[in-house]
Design a protein around this ligand. Structure first.
Ligand code: NAD
Length: 505
């Protein structure tokens, strides 16, 4: 290794340690400066074995800890996140490139997951059925599933890990987190604060790396559940391999979110919402608006509005510039990939009306806001996830045609309609082919108390991340039937199925 930068450590058995036997590290970059800020080890199977052994050893003691005591760790954690809020946001900007305002919003969303976890004691209760048969009471209750694993993407280095471990551990599980190797620093800081909040040794562990580590986690016999968030190809792979090895898996993939603008929409409000959705976080949100479907006469005025809005946006570097409104993408390679869609747009019959390749990027990974008009559903620009500050505009004659565009899309994360008509909003909510719907909302991303209900190629599994589905995912139910005899002489009757029918004496 030639770099002078520090190689980050893994966290196992309550200790910060070097990866075992790791021979390779990758660069963690500051997208604003284009400079390396740390190195991330490409971890090994030994690292995974050590982390899972640590989580397994801590499991029984933690699962037996009363739920109110487990939740108390979350209350302390909440206070520490509040105290360190600004530092967490600045670290996030440094390793990811999002603006300070976007970073603060992300930390806030993560904090809300902890607030949700503080309330899990009230959600985890089971059901009771007194006298479900004669002399017999029935009940269900929820138990932890075991060692849980979280594998997370680069675009929300703070929030996505927080979708997972606060719920998992409050439910009594232990956890192994594998953050994106591009942005490991926020995850490390979150674990440090959790330790300060009093989480016992082994309950949370952290490993670094890529495919080798993920493959070892998916196949490890002592792992019970896998939560994954990332691109569709890897999400599908994680789901298939995890399920084949007997794990329960929730696996969120990529997206292509459509924003439908009706002719009666409030144009100013819609333009602001569209720009924030498409260009916010430099388009690197799984709920970012990627396609505007302009219905009827609204198309030309929508494009004019977007052009003048984008011209007034402060686009630039984010680290140390709190006023910047749109920052760089994660890497030079990713910027070139997104710009490639602009390179090929004209030859496929579309028209680049706002060209982000013109910005002065210096050494940063900046690509300006871009708009491509006259996109059709046979073009790669419409079919593929772009994941950058590029909004495609598809023209449609009617709401029905806009809904058909959505039906052709293989993804199904989010979609929004902009209208003043309740009827149109209702039709859209009922028929659009996506799991998260907005009405006059640019980014219909659910907060902690609601599930993140992606459809189609945007989600693989049954129980989604967040909300009460998250609690269900991280617990398994046990049903108990109980009967007590009044005296030794009382004859035994099978409580449910005796010869006279269910429950009869
Ligand atoms: P990615 O799929 O490249 O990486 C995600 C994780 O998988 C990382 O931890 C990475 O180390 C690991 N990984 C990468 N290649 C692997 C392989 N071949 N085998 C096993 N593991 C591998 O995703 P990314 O580029 O980090 O993140 C952006 C993607 O995440 C976008 O597609 C975005 O839409 C998606 N995303 C989805 C949601 C959602 O809720 N649906 C939320 C955030 C991000």
């Amino acid at each position: 290794m030639t770099s002078q930068n520090k190689t980050v450590k893994m966290f196992v058995e309550g200790q910060w340690k070097n990866s075992r036997g790791c021979e390779e590290t990758t660069a963690v970059m500051n997208p604003s400066t284009g400079k390396e800020i740390a190195r991330c080890p490409i971890g090994t199977v030994e690292d995974v074995n050590e982390a899972v052994a640590s989580a397994s050893a801590a499991l029984e003691g933690w699962a037996e800890t009363p739920i109110v005591e487990r939740a108390r760790v979350m209350f302390a954690y909440r206070e520490l996140i509040e105290e360190n809020f600004d530092d967490l946001a600045r670290l996030l900007t440094r390793e990811h490139g999002k603006t300070h305002a976007e970073a603060k919003a992300e930390v806030q969303r993560g904090l809300e997951m902890v607030e949700f976890a503080c309330g899990i004691p009230a959600m985890i209760a089971g059901q009771t059925f007194p006298q479900i048969a004669r002399g017999v009471d029935g009940e269900t209750n929820r138990h932890p599933v075991g060692v849980c694993v979280g594998i997370t993407p680069y675009n929300f280095p703070n929030m996505v890990p927080m979708w997972m471990f606060p719920i998992a551990i409050t439910c009594g599980n232990t956890f192994v987190l594998k953050p994106s190797e591009k942005v490991p620093l926020s995850a490390i800081r979150l674990i440090e604060l959790l330790v300060d909040a009093g989480v016992p040794k082994g309950v949370v562990n952290l490993v670094h790396g890529g495919k080798t580590v993920v493959d070892a986690l998916l196949r490890h016999q002592d792992v019970a559940a896998i939560s994954f968030v990332g691109s569709t190809t890897i999400a599908k792979y994680v789901y298939e391999v995890g399920c084949a090895h007997g794990k329960r898996v929730q696996s969120a993939g990529g997206a292509k979110n459509h924003l439908i603008i009706m002719p009666d929409a409030d144009l100013d409000q819609s333009v602001k919402a569209l720009a924030a959705s498409a260009f916010g976080c430099a388009g690197q949100r799984c709920m970012a608006g990627s396609v505007a479907v302009a219905v009827g006469s609204v198309g030309d005025s929508l494009i004019d509005g977007l052009m003048s809005h984008a011209a007034s946006m402060k686009v630039g570097l984010t680290d140390g510039n709190d006023a910047t409104e749109m920052g760089p993408v994660i890497s030079g390679e990713h910027r070139d990939r997104v710009a490639g869609y602009l390179d090929s747009a004209a030859s496929s019959g579309a028209s680049v009306v706002l060209d982000g390749r013109n910005v002065d990027a210096g050494d940063s990974f900046l690509l300006g806001p871009s708009v491509v008009d006259q996109v059709t559903i046979d073009m790669p620009l419409w079919k593929e996830e772009v994941f950058g500050p590029l909004l495609s505009v598809v023209r449609a004659d009617s709401l029905e045609q806009a809904i058909e565009v959505g039906k052709a899309c293989p993804f199904g994360n989010g979609a929004s309609v902009f209208t003043q008509s309740g009827y149109v909003a209702r039709e859209f909510k009922r028929h659009f082919n996506a799991g998260m719907i907005g009405v006059n909302v640019g980014v219909p991303a659910p907060m902690a108390w609601l599930p993140f209900t992606g459809w189609n190629q945007s989600f693989f599994g049954d129980l989604h991340i967040q909300g009460t589905e998250g609690v269900q995912f991280y617990t398994r139910q046990k049903m108990t039937l109980t009967r007590w005899f009044a005296s030794k002489d009382e004859s035994h009757v099978d409580p449910v199925w005796n010869s006279d029918g269910p429950g009869k004496k």
